[in-house]
Design a protein around this ligand. Structure first.
Ligand code: FAD
Length: 523
């Protein structure tokens, strides 16, 4: 348990993590003076079983929980923590789906998703097609505590949907915007943080501020991807686009990594421009591009993406013959009325790709079901008691120039020889900020561990990072986890000074989100 007097804040719940057990019998004295104390529970055991987050690798125990009735409660708590002679730490909690105690507890109320999360805000959709909105397009205002699944449900009522997603919808707006929120749409729209127009944020000093690219822009850019360090997101204004009805969900199999990545990079270059070399009509290309690696002796079907048994058998026969096999996963969005145009677009695209003939798996699926695929996998794993297990995940951004070295050593040797089990995602994303590289690869090793395999998987992740370091492959960890401050300084590189300056400005007492270990780690 953390030796911190920490108050966890979730826009709908507040956790207070106290001294080592046993719990303070009453609320820490300094808090009981506040009129919000009526909404603070000091018996987390009754409220929240001691547990960890999704990673189940770090255990933090709340000393108490605040159920704020409004953002004013959160402001009161944060300004009090900021002025208190004995400041206590505060961390916003979204859904508790972090991986290494980056916030508080994952709390499960048995099967299904947390039922506790009350919400403080409403989801309001504004479609300003009349140009009244400076941004000139439709947007949704959603609370930081809102689940993306609920945002989707509300926006679809208007025939609209957010442009960029994560592959799993039961994460909160505040949680994913504190990281990036990346998935198969990112090549076209950027990660979720790129689709935010405006935020309401309660800073570490308890001040409510509205920020955007034009207004309080340093706070805006600090909070987006800011790992919960600068303030609590209480509202995000997120860009919307007309929602499709269905998706042609395509999976194409390759044994040649170079052909696989060449096709992926070709597909992420398509963005409404005519396909080079043909005089066909505009090709909008795919709307979603990802990919995965199937290794020998690891099941082709997983919680991330399943195949029919006969299809799995055909893919496994390729794996037996050729070793690791690569699966390009893509989706073309379409309205019911344009089903045939989508089919034509898909047929033309497939003619240009070099997957193994006959190894194409195409399903027409509803848009919501497509976005919500991982949840179906979750329910299957839960039913088998395999969801709430340790998840030593490793997510990396790998430069395009080194992805084939990464494949040769990591996929085809380090992981293959260790017979690790779990989805391995690998897909390119456009990177405007770096004209030379232009593209980087998002690689996610999504392991589920048992007590027997956890140590081996952690050691294997270390071996992957050591290989990249020794070979000078400039990877960047996503959902980063570091033990030492010096590693955080290296992670942020030239941006560390800006990070530090914004921390001093918006959270001078370093109250917020201690679970990330940025300002609590040594050295
Ligand atoms: P929590 O874990 O509760 O909090 C995460 C961090 O955000 C903490 O530092 C916390 O302090 C901070 N925070 C939470 N709420 C707020 C707020 N309102 N204001 C400020 N800070 C806040 N990520 C992707 O990018 N793409 C994916 O496809 C993807 N798929 C995933 C699938 C699964 C099954 C899981 C478990 C995770 C996945 N993730 C993915 C990772 C996920 O985006 C992050 O772990 C995210 O932070 C979890 O959101 P949460 O609501 O659970 O936040």
């Amino acid at each position: 348990a953390l030796r911190l007097t920490v108050v966890f804040i979730l826009s709908s719940l507040v956790y207070i993590v106290g001294h080592k057990r046993p719990w303070p019998a009453t609320l820490p004295q300094e808090l009981s003076a506040l009129d919000i104390s009526v909404r603070i529970r000091v018996d987390p055991e009754a409220t929240f079983p001691v547990s960890t987050d999704f990673g189940r690798l770090v255990s933090a125990t709340p000393a108490a929980v605040l159920f704020p009735s409004s953002n004013l409660d959160i402001m009161a708590l944060l300004s009090f923590a900021n002025e208190s002679p004995r400041p206590f730490k505060v961390a916003p909690r979204g859904r508790g789906h972090s991986l290494r105690g980056r916030r508080s507890l994952a709390r499960r109320t048995g099967g299904g998703h947390d039922t506790m999360a009350t919400t403080l805000s409403r989801i309001t959709v504004s479609s300003c097609q009349d140009g009244s909105d400076p941004q000139g397009s439709a947007y949704v205002d959603a609370g930081g505590e809102q689940l993306w699944a609920d945002v989707l449900r509300e926006t679809l009522k208007h025939g609209l949907a957010p442009k960029s997603w994560t592959d799993y919808l039961y994460l909160t707006v505040g949680g994913t915007l504190s990281n990036a929120g990346i998935s198969g749409q990112a090549f076209r729209h950027g990660p979720q943080i790129s689709t935010v127009y405006e935020l309401d944020v309660i800073t570490g000093k308890g001040e409510m501020k509205t920020c955007s690219k034009e207004h309080n822009s340093d706070l805006f850019y600090a909070v987006l991807g800011g790992l919960g360090q600068f303030g609590v997101i209480t509202r995000a204004r997120i860009a919307l686009e007309p929602a499709p009805d269905n998706v042609k969900w395509v999976r194409l199999i390759y044994t040649d990594f170079a052909a696989f990545t060449k096709d992926q990079e070709y597909l992420i270059s398509l963005d409404g421009r005519p396909t080079p070399g043909t005089n066909s009509t505009k090709s909008k290309g795919f709307d979603y591009v990802e990919g995965s690696v199937f290794l020998d002796r690891s099941p082709v079907s997983s919680w991330r993406s399943s195949f029919k048994p006969a299809d799995s058998a055909r893919i496994n026969s390729l794996i037996t013959k050729y070793g690791p096999v690569y699966c390009l996963e893509a989706g073309i969005y379409y309205r019911n009325a344009s089903k045939f145009a989508a089919k034509k677009d898909l047929d033309r695209l497939l003619e240009e790709l070099s997957f193994i003939p006959g190894m194409t798996f195409i399903i027409d699926i509803g848009y919501v079901r497509f976005l919500n695929r991982v949840c179906e996998g979750e329910l299957q794993l839960r039913a088998q008691g395999l969801w709430d297990v340790p998840h030593p995940w490793l997510a990396l951004f790998v430069p395009r120039s080194r992805i084939s070295d990464f494949n040769a050593r990591v996929f085809r040797r380090i992981i293959r020889e260790n017979r690790s089990k779990g989805p391995i995602l690998v897909y390119p994303v456009n990177r405007d900020s770096d004209p030379d590289e232009g593209v980087f690869y998002s690689v996610s090793l999504l392991w589920s561990a048992t007590t027997e395999t956890l140590e081996q998987l952690e050691a294997q992740n270390e071996e992957v990072l050591r290989f990249c370091n020794d070979e000078g492959i400039k990877v960047k960890q996503y959902l980063p986890h570091y033990e030492e401050r010096s590693d955080w300084v290296k992670h942020f590189g030239a941006k560390w000074e800006v990070f530090l300056e914004r921390k001093r400005k918006y959270d001078p007492k370093r109250i917020l989100s201690p679970g990330q270990g940025i300002f609590t780690s040594s050295a």
